[in-house]
Design a protein around this ligand. Structure first.
Ligand code: SAM
Length: 219
């Protein structure tokens, strides 16, 4: 690639956001969710699991617009919630509960500080817990589960298995948002779950009979 085209490419908004850790959101909300300030130790640990990268606000809101649900009846679960970017974005919607689970203590503690600073927004309850998402006991509410490349394949398989058991034991509506869906095939065997939408950036699934996403294309 020539210098001129490399310069143009690096000047594109998405590349700028990557380099500067998408600082606009943090600046506007006075929080710390960018990946640029993560300590070297946590960055190193991230390489063994899944490196921290916050979701782009534009993409998050685009996905929320595709959910044709009454938010007040659902709990939002962010699997691998990092510094809490997706939790803060979800709190702008009237979910009954917004819950994040994050493996690395440094990221979880920053998420707690961000939540304390930002408040609960429109949702009923907003929290981050520190732990292994592969062992998460899912709340028994109707669920929106957000996966942004959170776990390596084996961990994600275990999480999908746990989620399926939870749904079998306590049937309820489920929506799964899978951003950067590298291991999407793991969801194929999930009973009654069907793909209802998505783009090249994410896939959207549900077991909800009435659940449909009329504006999305299903591949
Ligand atoms: C790509 S980041 C997503 C961050 C956040 N969901 C967002 O969208 O802003 C993935 C996160 O998953 C976390 N993670 C990796 N393995 C995990 C596990 N077993 N349990 C919980 N979190 C995990 C990483 O530490 C990292 O913070």
């Amino acid at each position: 690639m020539g210098i001129a085209s490399a310069f143009v490419r690096e000047s594109m908004p998405d590349r700028r956001e990557q380099r500067y850790g998408d600082a606009d959101f943090d600046w506007e909300c006075r929080v710390d969710t960018c990946s640029a300030t993560v300590s070297w130790r946590t960055r190193l640990l991230g390489l063994f699991h899944s490196p921290y990268q916050p979701v782009e606000p534009r993409l998050f809101h685009e996905i929320m617009n595709e959910l044709k649900i009454d938010f007040t009846g659902f709990t939002f679960v962010d699997v691998g919630s990092g510094k809490g970017r997706a939790l803060l974005l979800a709190s702008a919607y009237p979910f009954q509960h917004v819950l994040g689970i994050e493996l690395l203590p440094e990221l979880h503690h920053i998420a707690e500080q961000n939540i304390a600073h930002a408040g609960t927004g429109l949702c009923g309850k907003l929290e981050s817990v520190c732990g292994d998402a592969a062992e998460l006991i899912f709340p028994r509410d109707p669920l929106v589960v957000f996966l942004f490349h959170p776990l390596p394949r084996a961990g994600l398989a275990q999480l999908v298995d746990n989620l399926q058991r939870s749904l079998l034991a306590h049937p309820r509506p489920l929506y799964v948002i899978y951003a950067n869906p590298l291991f999407e095939t793991l969801l194929a065997s999930f009973r009654r779950l069907r793909k209802i939408g998505g783009t090249h950036q994410y896939s959207l699934f549900t077991n909800d009979q009435g659940g449909a996403s009329p504006t999305s294309s299903v591949s």
